[in-house]
Design a protein around this ligand. Sequence first.
Ligand code: MN
Length: 130
Amino acid sequence: MVKKMAKIIVVEDNDLNLKLFCDLLAVKGHEVVVVQKGAEVYDTVCAQKPDLVMMDIQLKDDISGLEATKLLKSNMETAAIPVIVITAFAMKHDEERILSSGCDMYLFKPISIDAFFEAVDHFITPAIAQ
Ligand code: MN
């Protein structure tokens, strides 16, 4: 079965991580839209209508990835778009805070390539075989 190509917004302020995520998604044929500032997430998601958002938590900005996720999940127009939060906070006590943002899944950095693709594939609807 062929996977549908998807439009994916990658929110990431670190250039190396951004390049890695973009390269991995490009390998699968996905269209990637990059956002590097938390304050630009909501407007970009509204304008682009992506199939998936991958959201870094720590952004060099006054709006964190968790706040941006909360904003997306509290608006009818964007609430249904899945959000995968990506965080370096590999600590148990942060899980509750991460989940309270309304995100659909979270991954801890450093992310294995297998885990990355598994997470993306979970939200991308396979095309119906003709
Ligand atoms: Mn970051």
